[in-house]
Design a binder for this molecule. Structure first.
Ligand code: GLU
Ligand code: MG
Length: 343
């Protein structure tokens, strides 16, 4: 008699340094976990990206929490080349009575979005551009951004796009980037929480595909001192309560509306604090240097890739409406990692 192996689904949370951790349950048990979640603990937030525990760890060895899956944030695909499907659900960390836990990054994001909406009536639309390096691919040298640079990795790129599509990430474009063995993948804009969940799925799906090819994909800001940096560029724009785009105002400099301009001013004002979260490793600052097209100074600029906030281009081909495309790109983000681990 043969029995089939039931696939697992992971309930995950992503910490302040963009490390995604979680617990796995049999797929048929997922519904059952939807109300009370799986066990979690405070000290997990004290784990560093270097697999040590910060000292002092404010929670010591005690304490328990629950990680509740948000079934709307499930990413599943059979296209990563693994024996069982890639299956993950983003979760929210709560206290045992269901009240939000102060250290849950996803709850922090939801609260920030709700506060912005309460203060301004605006919601954030976002999209992530992920650059990454592939190590151990054994690729022949190729020209930057060339046809051959992408084709030498075949079928990595079509498999990646198929996996992201099936997982519901809505991928847009995959490219061979400027750096040796560097690639980039983008997805369609979505509400900010969906975009953040997609970013997690994109990194994990990319890594899993590379792993199954015998390679390593790294999103680290620098994979070697002289390597071209890997940025995570976060595109954002605003819509009002009726869903109308409000980031663009043709009458103002750069086309930046007053409300969006005020938001950008706040980002620039607090950039040193924000980069403590978005570019938090030593190697981040090998990337955030002049002439790296990363973001070397605290400034907003119209279509300049050295800026920390870049006003992105709009296309008027065929009479297309700039207001629907207009967005700002935050370029001072990366994700750091254990130096010897998959990126
Ligand atoms: N690799 C650059 C960075 O570190 C970005 C290059 C580009 O504009 O795509 O952010
Ligand atoms: Mg790029």
């Amino acid at each position: 008699m043969t029995s089939t192996v039931e696939p697992l689904v992971a309930v995950v949370t992503t910490d302040l340094s963009a490390v995604t951790r979680g617990r796995f349950v049999a797929e048929s048990k997922l519904q059952k976990t939807a109300t009370t979640g799986v066990g979690w603990l405070q000290a997990n937030l004290s784990l560093t990206p270097f697999n040590s525990i910060v000292d002092p760890n404010p929670w010591g060895s005690s304490g328990d929490l629950r990680l509740i899956p948000d079934l709307k944030a499930r990413f599943r695909t059979t296209h990563t080349g693994s024996a069982t499907p890639f299956d993950m659900v983003a979760g929210d960390i709560v206290e045992l009575d269901g009240s939000p836990w102060l250290g849950c990054t996803r709850t922090m994001l939801k609260n920030a979005l709700a506060e912005l909406k309460a203060a301004t009536g605006l919601s954030v639309i976002a999209a992530f551009e992920h650059e990454f390096h592939v190590a151990d691919g054994g690729f022949a040298p190729a020209h930057s951004m060339s046809f051959a640079a992408l084709r030498r990795a075949d079928p990595f790129a079509p498999n990646l796009m198929a996996a992201l599509e099936e997982a519901g990430v809505a991928p847009e474009v995959v490219i061979a980037e400027f750096g040796d063995e560097q690639f980039e993948v983008t997805h369609e804009p979505a509400d900010a929480l969906t975009a953040a969940d997609r970013a997690v799925a994109i990194r994990e799906i990319t890594r899993e595909l590379a792993r199954n090819a015998g390679w390593r994909a790294s999103f680290a800001p620098k994979t070697a001192p002289n390597a071209v940096g890997n940025g995570i560029h976060i595109h954002f724009s605003f819509v009002d309560e009726a869903g109308k785009p409000v980031t663009y105002d043709a009458a103002l400099p750069g086309g930046l509306s007053a409300k969006a301009g005020a938001f950008c001013a706040g980002v620039l004002r607090h950039l040193p604090g924000i980069t403590a979260m978005t570019a938090s490793s030593v190697s981040s600052y090998y990337r955030l240097k002049p002439h790296s097209w990363s973001s070397s100074y605290t400034w907003l600029a119209d279509r300049d890739r050295e800026a920390s906030l870049r006003i992105c281009p709009t296309v008027t081909i065929g009479g297309r409406d700039p207001a629907r495309q207009y967005n700002i790109e935050y370029r001072a983000a990366d994700r750091h990692r254990r130096t010897d681990a998959q990126g």
